[in-house]
Design a protein around this ligand. Structure first.
Ligand code: MLT
Length: 238
């Protein structure tokens, strides 16, 4: 029987758990939602890096005009970068055909946590069903990795992990860990009003205070996109 586990924080995952697993990286607000949106709108690839300086160095290896520097610190665009981390910036006219080098506070780092999995994908509410189908067909235990916020628990990521547990285990075909069970319980509490959960969670309130309320509304949508972004050898592609 396959297992579903949830890393309630990325640093709760050890390499043994990741190795051989089917990993889903979740940073609902906003890196997962933004990466998915960018690729759905025609971006060629997204390269997640930890630090802004690393992004700038890497960009030098690409012909001018082919690459966009993207990401945030404290929620806002990194000075000198082309785009921030609001999914609404990543429209086809801006991102189609481009390589995006992205550095965010938590989400892009969480991607690297999943690098030794047998398969790693990027999940959020926007592609809930598509990721569920993909994961169901893949071989291996499922590990849902939540990004958290600077080492701390994030309600919205864990509720999204719970949504995946709920959908994946609808037929009771998996063994689920206590962390997966608690995530699912949280999801059942909030599922009828995800928008309210986004408005009350710490990071949602912080983003709203910066003027990104529309991002909360966007990221709280369920199943509006069907792409399953794959993270392989340091690069996320569709
Ligand atoms: C992150 O990676 O920490 C974020 O996605 C933060 C944000 O831009 O809301």
């Amino acid at each position: 029987m396959k297992t579903i586990d949830v890393a309630l924080l990325p640093n709760m995952v050890n390499s043994q758990q990741v190795a051989g697993s089917v990993a889903v990286v979740i940073d609902v607000l906003r890196a997962s939602s933004t990466i998915l949106t960018a690729l759905s709108n025609g971006a060629k690839q997204v390269i997640p890096v930890n630090e802004p300086q690393e992004a700038k160095e890497l960009a030098k290896q690409f012909p001018t005009g082919e690459v966009l520097l993207c990401g945030e610190r404290e929620g806002n665009k990194i000075p000198g970068f082309d785009l921030g981390n609001s999914p609404r910036e990543f429209v086809p006219e801006v991102v189609a055909g481009k390589t995006l080098i992205m550095s965010t506070t938590n989400g892009t780092k969480a991607c690297h946590t999943a690098q030794n999995a047998s398969v790693s994908v990027i999940g959020c509410f926007l592609n809930l069903t598509a990721v569920t189908h993909f994961v169901n067909q893949a071989e291996g235990n499922v590990l849902l990795i939540t990004s958290g916020k600077e080492g701390r628990f994030s309600l919205e990521d864990v509720v999204c992990a719970g949504a995946f547990v709920d959908k994946l285990n609808a037929g009771n075909e998996f063994a689920i860990t206590d962390a997966a069970r608690v995530s699912q319980i949280l999801y059942t509490i909030y599922k009828s009003n995800l928008r309210q959960m986004f408005n009350t969670c710490e990071h949602g309130q912080y983003l709203a205070s910066l003027g990104y309320q529309a991002d909360l509304d966007y990221c709280a949508q369920v199943d509006t996109l069907t792409l399953v972004p794959r993270f392989t050898s340091g690069i996320i592609t569709s």
